[in-house]
Write a protein that binds this ligand. Structure first.
Ligand code: 5RP
Length: 230
């Protein structure tokens, strides 16, 4: 296991403590990615009796393989907690997500949760979001037109993630070359472009808790009310 993967695993294991107050058979939201894969494996190896609303086909497959029951969002109502990774997170708990292409379902499940717990390694924490290309899910027929609009709006360079189709049957544009000064404003502005399903900025619904794995241990921090941009 690489050093970064060890840190991802440490963050994932730390997330188990966030579930301690939940009643058995509680429903939680589960994100997508290699960090979350460690979390799913840890849920199973500890034998925790929970049910999950999943944010992707990949996570669903892994949850089911471990015998963890799935529930649909329709049946779930409000979730006490959503656990997911990030591609970048800033000091205001705004994130870029969607490196794995699951951003739309991640945003939907996160919106249903009272608390978003972000699990990641220290390489993901940045002063300004944007070095990681910002993923945008687009309706396939609108891809070229949306790319033009994005370039005009942001000054960044949208690149088609060729050969990749989302769980919803759509395409992804990754916007390169951004330095995102106003994450919430850009999240809202991008969503006004016809043909965009979702963008990977999680600012209007950012993280509430960050479990950041570092070389000296996992640091837990909570978003302060003054960070609130919703
Ligand atoms: C998937 C995501 C992931 O949370 C993000 O890409 C982080 O992935 P990893 O844990 O593999 O580094 O948003 O759409």
């Amino acid at each position: 296991m690489s050093n970064q993967d060890e840190l991802k695993k440490a963050a994932a294991l730390a997330a188990l403590a966030e579930l301690e107050t939940l009643a058995p058979e509680s429903l939680i939201g589960v994100g997508t990615g290699s960090t979350v894969n460690h979390f799913i494996d840890a849920l199973a190896s500890r034998g925790l009796r929970i049910r999950a609303v999943s944010s992707s086909e990949a996570s669903s497959t892994r949850l089911v393989a471990h015998g963890i029951p799935l529930a649909s969002l329709d049946d779930a109502g409000e979730l006490p907690v959503y656990i997911d990774g990030a591609d970048e997170i800033d000091h205001g708990f705004n994130m870029i997500k969607g490196g794995g292409g699951a951003l739309t379902r991640e945003k939907i499940v996160a919106a249903a949760a009272r608390r978003f717990v972000c699990i990641c390694d220290e390489a993901k924490q940045v002063a300004t979001l944007g070095r990681f290309p910002l993923p945008v899910e687009v309706i396939p027929m609108a891809r070229v037109q949306v790319a033009r609009e994005i370039a005009r709006l942001t000054g960044g360079e949208p690149r088609w993630r060729k050969g990749f189709v989302t769980d919803n049957g759509n395409h992804i544009l990754d916007i390169h070359g951004l330095a995102i000064i106003d994450p919430s404003g850009l999240e809202t502005a991008l969503n006004q472009i016809a043909g965009i399903v979702t963008n990977g900025l999680f600012a209007r619904r950012g993280a509430d808790v960050l479990l950041l794995a570092t070389a000296t241990g996992v640091r837990r921090s909570e978003r302060k009310p003054s960070d609130d941009r919703r």
